[in-house]
Design a protein around this ligand. Sequence first.
Ligand code: DP6
Length: 362
Amino acid sequence: MNPSTEPKVLEEGRVSWSSPSNIAIVKYWGKRGEQLPQNASLSLTLSASQTQMRVSYAPKGPKESPGLRSFLFQGLEKERFKARIQNYLHGLKDRLGFLDRVCLDIESENTFPHSCGVASSASAFSALALCLCEIQEELMGASLPREDFFRKASCLARLGSGSACRSLYAPLALWGNVGQGPFVDDHALPFREIHPDFLGLRDDICIVDGGVKPVSSSLGHELMEGNPWAKIRYATANRRVRQLMDILKSGEVWDFMELACAEGMALHGLMWVSPRPSLLLKPASLAIMEKVIECRRRHKIPLGFTVDAGPNVHVLSLDRDRKTVAAFLKEELAPLCERIIEDRLGEGPRRTAGEGQGGGRG
Ligand code: DP6
């Protein structure tokens, strides 16, 4: 056996990654097989909305079962999250052989509130997937080239939550076979052909209702199966991703905003025509959307919005218009929502310094 691939004696260690959430401009809504998307999606990787995860690993004791031993979220035990992670790790046993031999203790913290309209599963599963890939390398005493490492982490993150696979890459990520370029369904890839104007993209997240969503994303994806518009949706979404790729390259900021609004509304339209229609938008969500359109007209600045499967509205703008947008948020939108989380394009995941024993890729 090649000494670099020979498994080392199992040791203890700790790895730590911080990974961001993302917001899709063209949405993933509908899946097949092993969490594969029915259409391609393209997202902005955020900056302020991060999950910081620390995973300690140790050989399992003679009477212990392997896998997740403890899970703390913001310092507290959370049974529902723990069960989801346990299930996820169980499903990864064939891909990560070490999961049969070790116990894991996980601590996770978010920089943003839970169930607030920021996709916490995206940041959490991308951070966890990175930690697992790092542990595997530490145990093997060998490391993959950076690109392969991230591709593998994106693939593993996808199995936890589809949208999580996009959080691995910044500033934008594309997931799914869109019929051009290197893009595939297994994992996301960075989308880097961006006009510099887009690097100043901001996402101000208007929290209309921070409560738990009445319809989970998983159920929403499932309901696409009986949706009479499904086929048209998947073709439209792929076409929109290709359009968006061109828009991003050429710097058409106005077209970008229009496409973002159209996609946000399309997602909710799909829910209204599904076999079990659900109404997730609140009157305040619609009021915010209207005000954004009105503000765009009044000030002649590229402003848009998008909405995920919930009532909270992501207001999209450019840095260069910050003064006008900041006043608009404060005077017109803040009275309509619980709070506004200011976010923007970020730099992607980061290996947290000083933890673990590995090589520092962040
Ligand atoms: C509306 O990734 O949360 O945010 O794969 O079941 O975990 P699972 O779903 P999830 O779905 C995200 C749906 C969306 C659109 C998007 O992020 O593309």
